[in-house]
Design a protein. Sequence first.
Length: 96
Amino acid sequence: MSGVKKCFAQCRDFKCTKSALSNQGRTAWCDWTSEPCELKSCNYAMCYKRQLLDNGVCGMSIKRRTAEDVEPDEVFREEIRVRAKVMRKTGEKTVF
């Protein structure tokens, strides 16, 4: 997890929904609580791209896991019986 980055208040996609965020030097300050802004515990922290995760991590920095290739035979295990009208059109009594 070396590529995981924490979300920060100076990000251009970050927004405080209470409009209570101000910067004092390098510290993001919450005017609502009169404390430094902590994104992972703040209920009003929001990302425009909807990538802020619950633990304060930026979702854009996380790589997705790809699903393993699944054989088509494994996906459709049971055959489904079809009605007479479909059977006449396709010529098959069952579909997978």
